[in-house]
Design a binder for this molecule. Sequence first.
Ligand code: AN0
Ligand code: CP
Length: 317
Amino acid sequence: MRHFTSVRQLTDLEEAFAAAKYVKENPFADQELGKNKTALLVFFNNSLRTRLSTQKAALNLGMNVIVLDVNQGAWKLETERGVVMDGDKSEHLLEAIPVMGAMCDVIGVRSFARFESKEADYDEVIINQFIQYSGKPVFSMEAATRHPLQTFADMITIEEYKKTAKPKVVMTWAPHPKALPQAVPNSFAEGLTMTDYEFVICQPEGYELDPKFTEGAKIMYDQDEALKGADFVYAKNWSAYNDPNYGKVISYDRSWTVTSEKMALTNNAYFMHCLPVRRNMIVSDDVIESPQSLVIPEAANRIVSAQTILKEILKEL
Ligand code: AN0
Ligand code: CP
């Protein structure tokens, strides 16, 4: 594998789960692979899990790691070509990227949707520039439209906890005070539609995701109906995708919060969320603290997910 930007690249899921299981059981078996190799992790946005788990994964593989928070200490970067740079931005991304590439062997990039242009976001302009100009393998640590390392960790977690071959997995929209990207739900939908599980997405009217990610999923607008018989409830907020509301919050409806009353409709489902989560907006305290909550093992599987992918990239260096 050269670059990793979408979970769809894991064409053989069984093989990917087996590779992840091996990594989980043998975390230090491949230290030679990463010896004298440097991973540069570039963050344009905040992170707790991705920052820690990707570093840990790289260290487990024997790599050296450099973390760059672009907005804290680096020069302010211009990303548009053709701009007269007479403002507050001192450097252009088109120089910064090859410089970053010169300092490492592999680059991870976190760059959320900016909601300034749907086209620029959905064309993945930032991560694609890293792919084009860094000269190094690039992997997504959440780009504008996808968060594949999260989805792979989510899928590994479902594999570990499922009690039937084809569990019912329900991804439900839940309320949040700020506009969030569609990357996590897009990616989760992309990943789950690759499986033969029963996969349902429920959301209020107007929150339809780009159909390119959700094709094959059952889409519902009644959360109570959707949750019936669920084995896994995957909660997430996202902002609207469809015009004219792209990147906007169009509902704050707290009747969509995942509470114990909602969980009572399910088949004693496990609760999942990628974190960070706002309690009592997305999920009630009692649900996230219940024994059915998988949020911590799910986060811990981010190491496994990142390490499995980094290992594939290192093999081809
Ligand atoms: C981000 C999002 O929803 O994409 C990151 C999640 C992993 N969440 C927030 O910004 C709160
Ligand atoms: N789930 C996730 O990616 O978390 P961070 O934003 O903290 O990295």
